[in-house]
Ligand binder design. Structure first.
Ligand SMILES: C[S@@+](CC[C@H](N)C(=O)[O-])C[C@H]1O[C@@H](n2cnc3c(N)ncnc32)[C@H](O)[C@@H]1O
Length: 249
């Protein structure tokens, strides 16, 4: 394993750790993480008290959700996944996203469109720094962060997808239409229905196939008595999709 790489050490409890020279304390003793440098996925590693763990490769979602810094509001993978499911964009898609925020949506899209690229606009310098650090943690090379206000224009053309998650998304719709390929999609994520209304009203002037959906997932407790869990996040946000199929400008 290489220094800086994330791995799961799985045993009585599982830990997502970074290969380094530090000591890592578990409930079952301490592991010097430098031991991992001589190991590979599937090998075993022991704590100072002899407890054995197996080294497992973490998924992209493990690293995104547990190791990336997040600002108060991100697009969760369950919502980002619907963008892929509804648009069917190719793996070499050219995508523009704004605002980058913590970069969760742009990272998700870049990971799945691994032969394409994502340009994400962020007007706040501090947030752009966080996004760059998060991208580095995932080791993605196909995302570019632009410290720019997208309301001043989109520099890219011929896009397969534009995603917006920001205040005033409704004011980007005409520009987005111009920069998309025919057949491609604009997707707006909105936490509130008031923004959805403004977005849909604007989209109607340019886009077809407009739909707004919400993705509520509910976990179930499966036992002798089986029932839905009463806690958990219900509402995250609304996704509004519009497709560029007709010439309006
Ligand atoms: C809710 S966050 C986006 C979260 C992001 N989708 C994620 O999954 O991490 C909204 C971001 O949009 C940025 N923003 C707002 N207006 C913008 C604009 N006109 N141009 C670029 N970024 C903008 C804000 O600074 C903020 O970081």
């Amino acid at each position: 394993m290489k220094t800086g790489e994330f791995v799961i050490i799985a045993g009585k409890k599982n830990y997502l750790v970074k290969v380094s020279d530090e000591n890592f304390s578990t409930e079952y003793g301490t592991i010097n993480l430098s031991k991992l440098k001589k190991k590979k996925i599937g090998d075993k590693v022991k704590t100072n008290s002899g407890e054995e763990f197996i080294i497992v490769k973490p998924s992209f979602i493990d690293i995104l959700m547990k190791k990336c810094k997040r600002l108060p509001q991100i697009v969760m993978p369950k919502d980002a996944a619907l963008i892929l499911a509804y648009t069917g964009i190719p793996t070499n898609a050219k995508i523009v996203d704004a605002g980058a925020g913590s970069g969760f949506l742009s990272i998700f899209l870049a990971y799945y469109c691994s032969n394409g690229n994502v340009v994400t606009y962020e007007k706040n310098k501090e947030f752009a720094k966080i996004v760059r650090k998060n991208i580095e943690k995932l080791g993605l090379k196909n995302i570019q962060v632009k410290e720019k206000d997208i309301l001043k224009g989109i520099e890219e053309n011929n896009l397969d997808l534009i995603t917006l998650d920001m205040k005033e998304s409704e004011n980007v719709i005409e520009e987005a239409y111009k920069k998309l390929k025919f057949g491609s999609w604009l997707v707006v994520y909105s936490p509130y229905i008031e923004q959805v209304k403004k977005v849909v009203e604007k989209m109607k002037n340019y886009f077809t196939d407009i739909i707004t959906i919400e993705n509520i997932t509910r976990e179930w407790k499966v036992n002798y008595h089986t029932l839905p869990k009463s806690s958990g996040i219900m509402h995250t946000g609304f996704l509004t999709f519009g497709r560029k199929l007709i010439k309006t400008i």
